[in-house]
Ligand binder design. Structure first.
Ligand code: ADP
Ligand code: MG
Length: 707
């Protein structure tokens, strides 16, 4: 019995007990591991609590005189919940999260443990961290990296089998202040968009409301049995299958999507949700996705910075919980070729006071604001579509975009028919009628309410208006939302400012006419970015070419958008990144791309030579022996000989493909991927030919279907 058949047997035998349903107290446990407003009010004197909460709401900078008091309260609370350690929790350029634990323990006094957290240790940390990527911003001899508390995202407790750790969300920067993480630029971009929104609203005569930038992330993932995973060096090392022939049945019957959830998977989901709720992460929706073994989790939208942190934690909890259930959660964008990949839908919106600016309003004034905001976003996406695309570029997502249910690399905006019709009228001198008969003149009449049906029928668009938010769907499942939101916030802020520059000068008497003219002009300029049709169609590819909207942008070229003068100028203007910081990021992401693909190449080569080839040779040997014996016994051997010949030829092809790959590995990533393709083809065809019982790797039909 080989490892693969053993894996199947243990799944069949080991019908594990489905764990009991989550505790009925789950709703009461919501947020219990968060240093929340409620805890703060309970544990701190009222005055200190107020000061801290104001900082958490972003209303005032941190008053360092309260740090010690807050640190002590935080520590006491964490100890009461079983924590022994604390860590600054940050998001380096690796794309994941980082933590270095320190015990609360101070020099023991009289043989007794002294558990402390000082204000200084709460606010600042120096994790050393010289091995994290910095893209040349730090040389090792001056490799200090600093972490600094981000009070706008509350501290939380991470539970693990071996205890609990207090996690303090922080930013991460170099000794000289350059950013080395994903959170700092995100926070900066939130700040500048907030300022730009206030300015734009002021030009409409509104003031003193709080700006809320919101994000709701939908997370797709695959789950497979751990027994299979351990038999696949490609999954273990690269997160995706480098070989595997498509099973007869995969997703063509569409019977998995929204299907009833397998009890073992449901048990996993319930535990994930329980953990998430304890962390105050509002997990809301769970369902089977399109591909077999693929699922989705969506949380309720929150303030953007918090939501990004929560998505990072969600990915971690998905992975860890899977292990406990004998499963493995794959967050790679394309773990299995031939079926859907996994993305992350980034639902983005901006609120001003209690009003969502992407909600068409109830009165002329609100509608004018809505159309202004919408037009500004069209401008932003059209001017910076390359930059937006660059935030989704990577070795995994490259395999996903443009294939099977994933948006293509052509960035366009879906508005829906009704809204496009209104935009079209604005383009031609002012909206007077909506498609459904209601009259409308900007600033005068009312916009029709967009039912969700009318706005979200299109699932193929990378950037879709879905009723009261924009949904950016090109982000990869494993990618942090920080990157795309940093860009989105910045480019929209730039557009808001560009419009404010003009609107602020409109005389009161002609405000409506001037605004209508301005929006019309902008729409004429940027309407090429609107596309409501099927983004997967060949017609769109041709049409996009006519509109000069790029497609099939290689990853390296896509990333290079970060270094274009236009980008550098934008980020400098808003102080989100300086030139060096952009260069360093580009360097880190390019290196990551190269390294990931080189690893893939080497794993593929090793597997082909040391796992596939021996299996093929053994089978070849058996065939040859049989042919010789059959001929000796004067029994029919012609077809046997043909089979042996076919296997022999494939072994030749396999060896040639291995040699070619070996040669490509030191070279460019594109060349490596090119050389991997023929190797995969021949391995997958051997899989279709060789004795099933001796095929060494778990097959797609097993990994995707057996629980
Ligand atoms: P789907 O895209 O599958 O149709 P929904 O539209 O119900 O799903 O929600 C998708 C996500 O969008 C959820 O995370 C939801 O909380 C989020 N969302 C809803 N309203 C907003 C908003 N104003 N800002 C940001 N995200 C939002
Ligand atoms: Mg969605």
């Amino acid at each position: 019995m080989n490892g693969r058949t053993h894996a199947i047997e243990s799944i069949a035998k080991d019908r594990r007990e489905i764990p009991p349903a989550p505790a009925p107290e789950m709703p009461q446990q919501y947020g219990e591991n968060v240093f929340s407003e409620e805890v703060i009010r309970r544990c701190l004197p009222a005055k200190t609590a107020e000061k801290l909460l104001a900082t958490m709401r972003g209303e005032r900078p941190l008053d360092s005189s309260i740090a010690s008091e807050v640190a002590k309260a935080m520590k006491d609370w964490a100890l009461s919940r079983g924590a022994t350690h604390y860590t600054h929790w940050f998001q380096p350029l690796t794309g994941g999260t980082a933590e270095k634990h320190d015990a609360f323990l101070e020099t023991p006094a009289a043989g007794k443990a002294l558990m402390e957290l000082s204000g200084k240790n709460l606010i600042m940390g120096e994790p050393d961290a010289s091995s994290l990527p910095s893209g040349g911003l730090r040389c090792t001899f001056e490799a200090r990296g600093y972490t600094a508390w981000d009070p706008t995202s509350p501290a939380f407790i991470k539970r693990h089998n071996s205890g609990s750790t207090l996690c303090i969300p922080t930013i991460f920067c170099s000794y000289t202040g350059e950013v080395l993480d994903k959170k700092t630029p995100l926070l900066r971009s939130i700040q500048i968009l907030t300022t730009a929104v206030k300015r734009l609203m002021a030009s409409f005569g509104l003031k003193d409301e709080r700006v809320f930038i919101t994000l709701g992330a939908e997370q797709e993932y695959f789950l497979i049995d751990r027994n299979f995973y351990l038999q696949r060096p490609d999954l273990v090392q690269t997160g995706r299958t480098l070989f595997g022939s498509a099973p007869a049945k995969h997703q063509q019957l569409e019977d998995h999507y929204f299907g009833s959830i397998h009890p073992r998977i449901l048990a996993f989901m319930a535990e994930v949700e329980n953990e998430l709720w304890r962390l105050g992460i509002p997990a809301k929706t769970r369902h089977n996705e399109a591909a077999p073994a693929q699922f989705e989790l969506a949380s309720i939208f929150e303030e953007q910075n918090l939501s990004v942190d929560h998505n990072m934690l969600t990915m971690e909890i998905l992975r860890q919980t899977a292990e406990r259930h004998g499963l493995v959660c794959l967050l790679h964008e394309k773990p299995f070729s031939g079926v859907n990949g996994s993305g992350k839908h980034n639902n983005w919106s901006v609120s001003y006071g209690s009003r969502n600016l992407l909600d068409p309003g109830d009165n002329p004034h609100e509608n004018a604001i809505f159309l202004t905001v919408l037009t500004a976003i069209l401008r932003a996406v059209d001017l910076y579509s390359d930059l937006l695309r660059s935030t989704t570029a990577g070795a995994g997502n490259e395999l996903r975009l443009g294939a099977g249910e994933a948006p293509p690399e052509i960035i366009s905006v879906f508005l829906g028919e009704q809204l496009t019709d209104i935009i079209h009228q604005l383009e031609h001198g002012g909206a007077t009628r909506s498609r459904h008969g209601e009259t409308l003149r900007i600033g005068v009449d009312s916009l029709p309410k967009f039912s969700r049906d009318a706005t979200d029928r299109n699932r193929t668009s990378p950037f879709a208006f879905t009723g009261n938010k924009f949904e950016f769907r090109a982000v990869g499942a494993s990618q942090s939302c920080a990157g795309c939101n940093t860009v989105l916030n910045t480019i929209v802020a730039d557009s808001f400012d560009a419009l404010s520059d003009k609107i602020e000068r409109f005389p009161k008497e002609s405000f409506n006419e001037d605004l209508t003219a301005l929006l019309g002009e902008l729409i004429r300029k940027h309407k090429r970015i609107i596309f409501n049709g099927n983004n997967y169609s060949d017609e769109w590819i041709a049409e996009a070419q006519k509109r000069k909207l790029p497609n099939r942008v290689p990853v390296r070229e896509s990333l290079a958008a970060m270094g274009k003068p236009k980008t550098v100028a934008l980020f400098k203007k808003y102080k989100v990144f300086n030139g060096e910081e952009l260069d360093s990021r580009l360097e880190v992401f390019l290196a990551e791309y190269r390294r990931k693909i080189r690893i893939e190449g080497r794993v593929a080569l090793e597997m082909a030579r040391t796992i596939i080839l021996p299996a093929a040779v053994a089978y070849y040997q058996r065939l040859i022996d049989t042919v010789l014996q059959a001929e000796k016994a004067k029994l029919p051997a012609r077809s046997l000989r043909q089979t042996a010949e076919a296997v022999g030829q494939k072994i030749d092809t396999l060896n040639q493909a291995c040699d070619a790959l070996e040669e490509a590995i030191p070279g460019q990533p594109e060349g490596i991927r090119q050389a991997m393709a023929p190797l995969r083809t021949v391995v997958d065809s051997l899989e279709q030919l060789i004795d099933d019982a001796s095929w060494p790797l778990p097959k797609y039909r097993e990994m995707l279907f057996l629980y």
